[in-house]
Design a protein around this ligand. Structure first.
Ligand code: HEC
Length: 153
């Protein structure tokens, strides 16, 4: 929770890249292991989303073998989605305006994590089975949810 809060605070403050240094040295000061800094969390989330491997090189896995290895392979690198699958499913638009703007109720980090890991959407309904039920560590789950929530525009 501490990590998420710090990360959200950084995002809410509109702090990006090196400007973080000016405002909150604390959130950027590199701690080699254990304590994830927001920057590392973002990078890990980005890696998972784009490549299907986390920063340790571990391949992400799901409850049943996923049709494709990474989020980007189905949702597109920018998260726009729109890819059609044989069972009629269409990959969802994961950009912020779609998830937190158009959707009712808007997705939150918590409901995003639930969608990614349990395939339950923001209204409590099961997502199409083409969307894998990902089995991620809590860190990886949180990082990829934050990446989707804050970085897909
Ligand atoms: C094999 C293709 C595939 C992969 C890989 C995949 N998704 Fe999906 N995803 C889908 C489809 C298809 C849907 C739409 C399901 C539906 O309409 O019920 C979806 C829906 C979602 C939703 C729900 C959005 C909404 O509007 O309710 C989220 C969140 C999501 N995916 C995130 C991810 C993340 C994060 C990853 C990577 C860890 C990922 N997906 C990997 C196919 C995929």
């Amino acid at each position: 929770m501490k990590i998420s809060f710090a990360f959200l605070a950084a995002v809410a403050g509109g702090l990006v890249g090196c400007s973080q240094r000016d405002h909150s040295g604390a959130s950027l000061s590199a701690k080699p292991h254990g304590n994830l800094t927001p920057k590392v969390a973002t990078e890990n989330g980005r890696l998972i989303f784009l490549t299907g491997r986390d920063r340790d090189g571990l391949k992400i896995v799901a409850a049943s073998p996923p049709l494709r290895p990474s989020c980007a392979a189905c949702h597109g690198a920018n998260g726009a989605g729109g890819q059609k699958f044989t069972d009629g499913a269409v990959s969802a638009d994961l950009r912020h305006a779609a998830l937190a703007g158009k959707q009712k109720p808007p997705y939150t980090i918590v409901s995003l994590e639930r969608a990614i890991s349990h395939g339950i959407d923001n209204q409590g309904k099961p997502l199409d089975k083409v969307m894998p039920r990902w089995k991620l560590s809590q860190n990886d789950l949180s990082d990829v949810a934050h990446y989707v929530y804050a970085y897909l525009k």
